[in-house]
Design a protein. Sequence first.
Length: 255
Amino acid sequence: MNLVDAFKQLFVAVMEYLFRKDAPPQTNLTKLKEVKMNMDYGRFQLALAKHLGKLYKSTQATGFELISKKYFEGAADARHLAYILATALHETAFTMKPITEYGTMVYLQGKKYWPYIGRGYVQLTWAYNYEKYGIKNSPEKALEPDRAAYIIVDGMEKGIFTGKKLSDYFNSTASDAINARRIVNGTDKAQAIAGYYAMILQAIQESLDTAPTESPMVYGNDDTFVRAFQNKFGLVVDGIPGKKTWEKLKSLTTT
């Protein structure tokens, strides 16, 4: 994916959450939920590489597939899976492998939740959360890939982490990829994760045996995206993604 194509993807993601209240009705939300989700994982990896661009690495393949398969053990909604994977991508520092919270031993031991520091595909913390998954006495088990996949899927679907769950933000009337971050950690990096979500959702749709024919991000052509974006942020409205437009977009997706 070249730079222009990559930023087109980011424009779609940014416009999805900045203009979701003003956007045309998303008529395919029910279709997304009801579609039979038979994933072609080879096609999925190719689509992820296409849509994530430089964010994608072949070493992430196992993590993307493992979490997806764990998700498909229950109910299927493409948006839910996309947001779970976007969260894992961020929480694992783009490795898509269960990791331990970064920091020196002194730093980690200073945490109020020590020794229940962040572990897994989602940074599981605090003793009570480890207890919910039966690993309070063996917290390192949160790093086991299959268990870690179960924890991120179960926790985000049921609202285990914060009381907020995926169906609060992705349902028959809403698709809110920015506030969905509250499922795990307030609004920390919410804008960036919403961008990953949009790209992964497209990859999922392209990898299903029966995929929706509509995009969940229906806002018109690229010129419309750019003009609306420029107008919202007080830029010169010319429909041309010039230097100042790119800089504003990058600031929203990397902060």
